[in-house]
Design a protein around this ligand. Sequence first.
Ligand code: FES
Length: 70
Amino acid sequence: MYICVCKAVTDSQILTAIENGVCTRKKLTHCFGIGKDCGKCNKEVIALLERRAALVQSLPCASNQPITII
Ligand code: FES
């Protein structure tokens, strides 16, 4: 399902990125360009990060920090 229609980015792409250490909204924006056009996807991106954080205690974040939603 498309999360960011403006950039044609799906939930699967975002979840894969999160699982590979892209663990902040800012980093996801940097990687995919999501949230920078109309901004309507930001709530859903944050919800994906929160759901993932609730499921996994410690993701292999590049900076070894817990998930931070910025
Ligand atoms: S839907 Fe993501 S920026 Fe528009």
